[in-house]
Write a protein that binds this ligand. Sequence first.
Ligand code: NAD
Length: 450
Amino acid sequence: MGKYQTLVDEQRKFFLSNQTKSYNYRVEQLNKLEKAIKKFSSLIDDAMMKDLNKPKSEVEIFETGFALNYLSYVRENLKDWMTVNVMDSSNIFPNSTSTIYSDPYGVMLIIAPYNYPIMLTMLPLIDAIMTGNTAIVKPSELAPETSKVIDNLISETFEKKYIALVEGGQEETTELLSERLDYIFFTGSPRVAKIIMGEASKNLTPITLELGGKSPAIVIKDTNINEAAKKILWSKLINSGQTCVATDYILVDTEIKKELIKELEKEIINFYGKDPITSTDYCKTVNKKSFDRLKDLLDKSNGTVIFGGEFNEKELKISPTIVENVDWSDSLMSQELFGPIIPIIDFNGNMLDEQVIKPLNDNEKPLALYLYTNDEEVQKKVISQVSFGGGVINGAIAHALNLEMPFAGVGNSGLGQYHGKFSFDEFTHKKSVLNLPSDTSFEPFYPPYK
Ligand code: NAD
């Protein structure tokens, strides 16, 4: 018997008792979770300072605040989303009704990464509750203090047969995946996602994969360069680059490269002062392994470091580092950076097809793409010719904050989508039921055929 079989069995039994399915139950549980997040918010702040040196305002905007805001949005819309859809089928059977039911799957496993440990456990948990599923939450072992707080928050608020938390890493996740689950929601790296998908395939368990990748910022010469520089830096440097939708690298028209670099340098100092490593607003890299990985990638790069390049091993902090003269085959382009290194590749503005669109399509599909231009022709071209998860024109990250839109990667950056109504549809099975009066005849279908 697997280590977590009893837990999964108990959750399935509770799910089959049908209690989780009513609108009132779902709202009551959302209210409980809301109270708990508020109650634990200062403990969350402290834990995240220890795990990632994450400043309180970043926790408020992207973690606790985002989760609470999401919860209110979901609660406000839930009744509407739960209304069953009655479809017309009078053309096939005049006295019939056709109904699409949104059926919860059952026991849902939520596996989260370390970088936004509250947002990326709470959003899918809110989704599990609002869709009438039960949930087992597995936070990341790489943010251990936050994982402990989430454990307390969940065990104090819910019974294990409804919502449970399992702390741990690869070993515990592997054990959980060996159980027969009804849905797996995974946020993390494409490397681990392949393992998750392999395990899910054994029981044909439906999955959502929210992954990462190399998200470019493309800067066209007509844009407002100072605005572009600030938004690129913000998206790159919050959480010290450890954001799935961070700008990974910059593609800039050669004609404005110097000016953009000047603005980037100026704005880094405006954001974090002359010595960013000492700034209390600047996060650290999660662990020595990731710190060494980034150092190694920079050491192997053929580009030129023109700003930053400091590595403080004691504090695991890397200063914002701009690297010029990078090409597509550089070490810095070999993997998602997930750190504060900013490679710059320049291109000839008359060769967008060859020097931007083609190499983007030759590489893995990014999670996000940020295009800086007011030129509508260029906007249309890039959007229609490059495949990517989602993006912003003249900005970064903000598409993920609009709860009316799905959040999703594509190919190597993800499978499926979530947020709001898209979560509601993702975590419920659409069960189509045709209802006929008992005396309806199927005569025309039967043999012998005429
Ligand atoms: P990760 O893939 O290393 O770990 C994610 C989860 O998988 C953790 O809970 C971990 O315990 C578990 N895990 C690790 N190895 C495993 C194994 N061999 N078998 C089973 N489970 C295993 O990711 P990470 O380093 O925590 O996070 C960074 C990655 O997540 C980046 O690629 C980033 O882009 C991505 N990410 C994506 C999103 C998104 O919404 N698309 C959000 C945040 C992070």
